[in-house]
Design a protein. Structure first.
Length: 272
């Protein structure tokens, strides 16, 4: 692994003559219920990225620890940037990388609230520098997996607890672990998460704050009929956490290799 922050400018100048793809971990500092520290999102992204770097010799950028977390602000300890500020910051980092001939950037993103800003910045970098970016999240990588009957994408759920446990066990209070079912306030409009609800045979987007759908900060991110409150975390052992981490790291290593050599499409606009 090459840790970007540990290199001198001359060493980076030499490395970037042959390295066109870099790995950029990003996260946030926000509440994660009663049992996970507020650094969970960046801690997870940092650990995954550094393990990927060690396994496949990726060039790993310093982790960005702050993200777009305004929807968590009612819970003490959350530090947030606006989407506009975050987008601009990411874009200017991509601009800096382009200056030194970096062509591709893989984001290891630990926080869903960052996706809009990452996408906007990546599109601008594509237009301005021809740079190609990929945005990876552990919940997308595990989208087809169930963890003891629960989806991977839960706020302070089984997966997120596992990744934090495998990264920084001192940031986990397992004796306080819980994942709260999405709070309901209406018989007809049924929330599945903060921002999404079921209505009759369809779904509707209703932007909410996290505090609107959970009292503790943890969230199942599903309807209570699909996933009720979770209080039993006894199966989330260090061994389970390590195996889940390795699965994501292996996927990322494979993707980094294939993304680095992926051919770009040639524009072929057909006119009448």
């Amino acid at each position: 692994m090459t840790v970007y922050a540990y290199q001198t400018w001359a060493e980076l100048e030499e490395r970037l003559k042959t390295t066109k793809t870099v790995l950029f971990p990003v996260g946030s500092t926000e509440q994660h219920g009663h049992h996970i520290g507020v650094g969970a999102d960046w801690i997870q992204a940092d650990a995954i990225a550094n393990r990927v770097g060690e396994k496949c010799d990726a060039l790993v950028l310093p982790t960005l620890c702050y993200g777009v977390s305004g929807h968590h602000k009612e819970f003490t300890g959350t530090l947030t940037l606006s989407t506009e500020t975050y987008t601009q910051a990411i874009y200017e980092i991509l601009e800096s990388l382009a200056r030194y001939s970096v062509k591709r950037v893989v984001f290891m993103n630990g926080h869903g609230g960052n996706n809009t800003g990452l996408t906007l910045a990546a599109k601008r970098a594509r237009d301005d520098f021809g740079m190609l970016c990929a945005i990876c999240t552990w919940w997308d990588i595990l989208a087809n997996e169930k963890l003891f009957g629960n989806p991977a994408e839960q706020h302070a759920g089984y997966a997120e607890t596992s990744f934090t446990l495998a990264s920084r066990p001192e940031a986990v209070r397992m004796e306080l672990a819980n994942c709260m079912a999405t709070k309901q306030v209406d018989d007809d409009i049924q929330f599945t998460r903060a921002g999404m609800a079921r209505y009759k045979n369809g779904v509707v987007r209703i932007p909410l704050q996290t505090v609107d759908v959970t009292d503790t900060g943890s969230m199942t991110e599903t309807h209570p009929d699909d996933n009720p409150h979770v209080f039993d975390y006894s199966m989330i052992t260090p061994e389970f956490a390590e195996n889940l981490m390795n699965k994501v790291v292996d996927w990322m290593c494979s993707f980094m290799k294939d993304f680095d050599k992926m051919k770009e499409t040639e524009p072929n606009i057909k006119r009448p």
